[in-house]
Design a protein around this ligand. Structure first.
Ligand code: HEC
Length: 162
């Protein structure tokens, strides 16, 4: 029994494809449209007023707050769920006034952040339901000026590493 647990455990290292590791079907945000561009536009408005002072208008960060786009941000979040990103943002941001907005506003802000990171938008609005967000893994955009030279494993079965 212990041996089986160890095998299972070693199969779910963060480096491996998280979609394979779990038996529930996970949506990958960088490969499926999980937010609408209308929602992202709303997020832009909220971002400029509430977040840009610290994270920069272009999301590249300032001394007051780190970048919310690009390789570093994405490699930090790509294995995690949208629920984690949502909860963290809601619980800690804006830094001087966390929890100050409603869930729809936080969802719009995340939609905007995803859009700037070149995630695809579609018809569906980004959910505010923790259960649904839990099943969405952030992932990394396939081709992006933001995340250069990244090839999703699904698209490149040859690659075991990157
Ligand atoms: C007063 C400055 C300030 C403002 C305003 C602010 N942030 Fe932040 N933000 C930070 C700092 C500093 C961090 C680093 C973590 C910490 O100190 O809590 C951070 C971290 C984050 C993170 C996690 C970044 C990572 O690398 O994982 C996200 C997401 C985020 N902020 C989103 C927002 C959003 C969305 C808004 C607007 C609603 C916002 N922040 C407003 C300063 C700010």
């Amino acid at each position: 029994m212990l041996a089986i647990l160890l095998v299972l455990f070693s199969c779910s290292k963060p480096d491996q494809n998280s979609a394979d590791a779990a038996d529930t079907v996970k949506i990958i945000a960088s490969m499926t449209a999980i937010f609408s561009s209308k929602q992202a536009e709303l997020g832009l408005g909220l971002y400029v007023v509430n977040c840009a002072a610290c994270h920069g208008r272009d999301l590249r960060g300032t001394e007051g707050g780190g970048a919310l786009m690009g390789d570093r941000f994405l490699s930090k979040w790509k294995e995690k769920s949208m629920a984690e990103l949502f909860e963290l943002t809601k619980a800690t941001m804006p830094k001087t006034n966390p929890h100050s907005m409603d869930d729809a506003s936080y969802a719009a802000l995340l939609a905007f952040i995803l859009e700037v990171n070149e995630f695809p938008s579609g018809e569906t609005e980004l959910s505010t339901s923790k259960d649904e967000l839990q099943n969405i893994i952030v992932g990394e955009p396939e081709s992006s000026r933001v995340a250069m030279q990244f090839i999703p494993k699904e698209a490149d079965p040859q690659s075991t590493d990157y």
